[in-house]
Design a protein around this ligand. Structure first.
Ligand SMILES: [Ca+2]
Length: 286
């Protein structure tokens, strides 16, 4: 009976060879198609920062590791979409650029930001994505996120940036506290050196319950409406994770509160009604 599988393999040498090749095939596949990585969150209370200054002044600058941009006009955004991109297609820190693209913006040669400007040849919307991994070894209860929306060009088309998060990179939850709201419109004006406008957003994503090793994806959807686009960017990103109190902490706190109440009750003097002798009132405090 025990020899049956061996006989089977003996009669099917191709099968045995295939089985032996599986580890090699898996290794080859892994090397040929590397998985997307994540920005590691390694400690609670320690901010994870990104200022995009590593982009330098290249028009085709690589985004920071584990940040991506979607192709122009993508409205069904997923982190794993193979059409996503890891480099910018234009840069500007002076002048009056009009081409649409994935912009490496600069207030200077060294202070860079990532964003978009669209055109008749570069469709809106465009999303900026980031992938984080909980490497703290414990559950993350919430994260506080802050960043700046920077405007490098004012123009006549309406524009806004909408913020989302996800735990699977495909199903997104909108968070209004992270939205830009409607940017004002006006005749084309550039803001290099001194931005057209800069707005900070800072808020907390609570009830995340991110288990150790799990992922968090953030997404900024830039809606610039094609032509006559405003030039918008994101800069000075920060994410700080914190825990949720353990249930045992709640139980201990509840137990301590119950004990305090019990002690106070025992310290309270007993009031015993005392019958008054005929013709006399009860003595207060007796
Ligand atoms: Ca910067």
């Amino acid at each position: 009976m025990h020899s049956a599988p061996r006989q089977f393999l003996h009669r099917r040498p191709w099968f045995a060879r295939t089985l032996r090749a599986v580890p090699f095939l898996v290794l080859t596949f892994s090397v040929s198609f590397p998985l997307y990585g994540q920005v590691a969150i390694t400690a609670l209370g320690t901010p994870v920062l990104e200022n995009f200054d590593s982009l330098g002044t290249s028009a085709t600058a690589l985004l920071p590791a584990h940040w991506r941009v979607t192709a122009a006009g993508d409205t069904s955004v997923t982190w794993a979409n193979p059409a996503n991109l890891t480099a910018t297609s234009a840069q500007a820190s002076s002048g009056s650029p009009t081409s649409g693209g994935r912009y490496n913006w600069g207030q200077s040669a060294t202070d860079r930001a990532i964003g978009f400007m669209t055109s008749t040849n570069y469709a809106s919307p465009s999303s900026l994505l980031a992938h984080f991994s909980n490497q703290t070894g414990t559950t993350i209860g919430q994260v506080t996120v802050s960043f700046d929306y920077e405007r490098y060009r004012l123009n006549t088309s309406a524009a806004s940036i909408n913020f989302f998060y996800s735990t699977d990179g495909s199903s997104w939850t909108a968070v209004a506290a992270g939205d830009s709201g409607a940017f004002s419109t006006g005749a084309s004006t550039y803001g290099f050196g001194t931005l057209v406008s800069s707005d900070t957003r800072s808020f907390t994503l609570d009830s995340l319950n991110l288990a150790a090793g799990s992922s968090l994806f953030l997404r900024w959807a830039f809606v610039t409406n094609g032509s006559n686009s405003q030039g918008l960017g994101l800069d000075n990103f920060s994410l700080t994770a914190s825990a949720i109190p353990e249930p045992s902490t709640y139980a201990a706190a509840a137990g301590a509160a119950a004990l305090v109440i019990a002690v106070r009750r025992r310290r309270r003097p007993l009031t015993v009604p005392v019958a008054s002798p005929p013709g006399r009132s009860p003595t207060p405090g007796a």
